[in-house]
Design a protein around this ligand. Structure first.
Ligand SMILES: [Zn+2]
Length: 749
């Protein structure tokens, strides 16, 4: 007979389990509270009190007091620590004091903005003060738009709308910009890479408009735990920041364990599927009515796990008490699921990383991850979904077959002893900068000597005059073009001439789901490519290169595609060099000429090559930054052939390791080895940013090369294969001792 177990019983049973390879405990902590400041309006105090908030956590208190003193802040707030009060309290207070005060809230996605509006409006309703808050996005009807522009105290939007709909039409927003007191940037950590570099320039434009209307708003930012919240906030806003990271929210004891499924095929080094193990684990908890969240990396996986679990437990707890949650669900559906989780009606949820962001679902007891989420920062965020303020919680990371998953479970200290990754942006990327200068010139003419952020931009303005984009009259640069520049710039990619991705899964509802720069499109959107978008698999049915359109259709397949690029690489400029024992490490500018040749189909679970096809596209040129290491001395005994194969094998490992260490997608950074590099004729491995102009990733590789190199060596050492497999150096190196030779070569670098 089935007997319900408590979480404590489960935890006891799991200790000693043979597949648990690491056990980590996070100690409980009491809440640290401060009294509600006297300056807070009585009506706000009463409304908060009704929701059970009579005191503030230390971080909420410091946020409020620091903002009141007139300083910009960035508050680091883990999941479920009451972060919204860090900005809502000072903003509501300012409006309660002065009805003309205005605030602008920026959220990275439309869905999050909608969530926050409902929460904010509930508090406002209880306060009994006439404060109007509105979302302003693509769905806002024209009738409401007028109202938002003229009478909204709090305007909630996203950076894309700010860039393309608000700033270019600033003359319609006079009341907002003249009275803007606060700019709230929530989920700051999501503004990294190309997207973050764009948003930093949008904020330069925003500050410029504010200056024009005579306001100088304060920034209130919140971020999940990353290594450099203050640096990122200062780069994004161009303003000095006060860091608030003294989190006073309470937490209970948390057990964080790594589970490595057993090996089922020794020769090929294949482990039992993580999905199967996750289903088995989750079933036990759910059957005992323990609230559990399961994370999976793709939408397809979410649906697979969900249907299995619903089937497994339908007799014990009923199908509807387990739900899926992912991008693509309607807001109403999501609200219902969030509510069900908070009040306990829903016992289990299977989610993509959509629930990493600050949606309020209360606190669950168990969190199970299907594979390593890809970065230390997002792993902690997912883990934060489990953990009651009182009582124990359990987090289980079930490792998959990928090299990175295996590396993490074999090196738990990499994860537990390490601060989360830094988020990097490069607002000075010339292509991005010029795009936004065009937008800024459209919005307001530039005066000679005017700066943009910290930059002297006169040369660029002169260039735009030559290009007849601007017209110079005396000391002023005017927009002189017929076009509307913001419509030509997408915040989510770097180069112009993007390839538009058209989803035709539903013939009645063909829609554009994204854009990609043409350099990436060559290898990711060629005919028959499997393209992942927000975790969903699509197959490219046709890439129309002339019209820059890729037509895709949703599929569910067990493989991904990997394109071979014939790459010629030329060094243009060496910025920095680090002479080493038998090698030299450089950082600088390169030009990459690339032409895709064929693509391989690679099986997801084993990395086996299961097919291939040709790609017919013209050669492309990319100017970018790179870090490269050249071997100045090599063992003469080592034949050229073997050396070339070893370099290829090491490059394969670096392709897995580098994105984890510099926090980016695998497609953001490329690794290419050459047995004889142009000019030097030396064996070289190049690691370059896959964006025109570079976004700072290769520079980080240059700085942290030793750490990356050691991680690569330990990945090879710990791979349980005999002498090379697709999870490490590949299988193409001839002769015995491939792994040993690779590690020796790495040691020389
Ligand atoms: Zn291996």
């Amino acid at each position: 007979m089935f007997r319900k177990k408590s979480l404590a019983q489960f935890i006891e049973e799991l200790k000693g389990h043979e597949h648990i390879v690491h056990w980590h405990e996070v100690e409980p902590r009491e809440a640290r509270l401060r009294p509600m400041p006297d300056s807070v309006d009585g009506r706000i105090q009463a409304a908060l009190s009704k929701r059970g908030i009579k005191q503030l956590y230390t971080h909420q208190y410091s946020a409020y007091e620091t903002v009141r003193k007139g300083e910009h802040i960035v508050a680091v707030t883990p999941t479920a620590s009451g972060k919204t009060l860090c900005y809502n309290l000072p903003v509501l207070q300012a409006i309660a004091e002065d009805d003309s005060s205005r605030a602008l809230y920026l959220f990275p996605t439309k869905a999050l903005a909608q969530d926050q509006k409902s929460e904010l409006n509930e508090i406002i309703a209880e306060m009994g003060i006439d404060i109007k808050s509105y979302t302003y996005d693509g769905d806002t009807s024209p009738a409401i738009r007028q109202l938002v522009r003229n009478a909204g105290h709090i305007v909630i939007t996203n950076p894309d709308m700010l860039h393309s709909a608000i700033l270019p039409h600033h003359t319609k927003w006079v009341s907002l910009f003249s009275n803007l007191k606060y700019i709230v940037i929530d989920e700051l950590h999501t503004y990294r890479g190309v997207f973050g570099s764009h948003v930093a320039n949008v904020i330069r434009r925003l500050k410029r408009i504010c200056r024009f209307y005579g306001s100088s708003p304060l920034f209130i930012c919140t971020s999940a735990t990353i290594a450099n919240p203050q640096e990122l906030a200062e780069q994004l806003t161009g303003s000095p920041m006060r860091l608030i990271d003294d989190n006073g929210a309470p937490r209970g004891r948390k057990h964080f364990v790594f589970y490595n499924p057993p090996i089922v095929n020794k020769a090929l080094n294949i482990r039992k599927s993580a999905t199967v193990e996750v289903n088995r684990l989750a079933k036990q908890f759910l059957a005992s009515k323990i609230q559990t969240i399961v994370f999976a990396r793709s939408r397809v996986r979410v649906e697979i796990i969900l249907s299995h679990l619903q089937e497994l437990v339908k007799d014990e707890i009923g199908k509807q008490s387990i739900r899926g949650y992912r991008g693509g669900y309607l807001p109403k559906q999501r609200r219902e699921i969030e509510r069900g989780l908070r009040n306990g009606e829903i016992l289990g949820v299977v989610s993509t990383n959509a629930l990493e962001l600050g949606v309020d679902i209360g606190q669950l007891q168990v969190c199970i991850m299907t594979g390593y989420p890809g970065s230390v920062a997002s792993t902690w965020q997912q883990a934060g979904r489990a953990g009651r303020r009182h009582g124990e919680a359990l987090v289980v990371m079930v490792a998959g077959n990928t090299p990175i998953d295996q590396y993490i479970v074999h090196n738990p200290e990499y994860f537990f002893d390490r601060s989360p990754e830094s988020a990097r942006i490069n607002p000075e990327n010339l292509i991005i900068l010029v795009d936004h200068l065009r937008c800024a010139a459209y919005e307001l003419p530039f005066k000679k000597g005017e700066e943009f952020g910290p930059l002297d931009i006169e040369d660029i303005l002169e260039y735009l005059v030559e290009e007849r984009v601007l017209h110079r009259s005396g000391e002023t640069f005017y927009w002189a073009n017929q076009s509307f520049p913001a419509s030509e710039v997408s915040l989510r990619s770097a180069a112009q001439e993007n390839v538009v991705i058209v989803d035709q899964s539903d013939v009645a509802n063909v829609k554009i789901i994204g854009e990609m720069d043409r350099f990436s499109a060559m290898t990711l959107l060629h005919d028959e490519a499997i393209y992942l978008h927000e975790g969903v698999q699509y197959q490219v049915e046709k890439l129309d290169w002339v019209h820059k359109k890729a037509y895709v259709r949703e599929v569910d397949v067990e493989y991904y595609t990997d394109a071979n690029l014939a790459v010629k690489l030329k060094v243009l400029d060496i910025d920095r060099t680090n002479q080493r024992r038998a090698s030299a490490l450089h950082f600088g500018d390169v030009v990459v000429n690339a032409m895709p040749t064929i693509f391989k189909k690679i099986k997801l679970s084993t990395f086996e090559n299961i097919g291939y096809g040709p790609i017919h596209l013209p050669e492309q040129e990319l100017h970018t930054s790179a870090a490269w290491i050249e071997l100045t001395e090599t063992d003469p005994q080592l034949g050229t052939n073997i050396l070339e194969q070893l370099l290829l094998g090491i490059s394969n490992v670096l392709r897995h390791i580098v994105p984890v260490h510099v926090m980016c997608d695998r497609s953001d950074i490329h690794v290419v080895s050459q047995i004889r590099a142009e000019y030097t004729q030396l064996p070289t491995i190049f690691i370059y940013d896959h964006y025109p102009g570079g976004i700072g990733l290769a520079e980080e590789v240059y700085k942290r090369f030793d750490e990356i190199k050691q991680a690569a060596a330990s990945l090879i050492r710990q791979c349980p294969c005999e002498d090379g497999c697709p999870s490490c150096i590949g299988t193409e190196i001839e002769g015995p001792n491939a792994k040993k030779m690779s590690m020796q070569l790495l040691d020389l670098l």
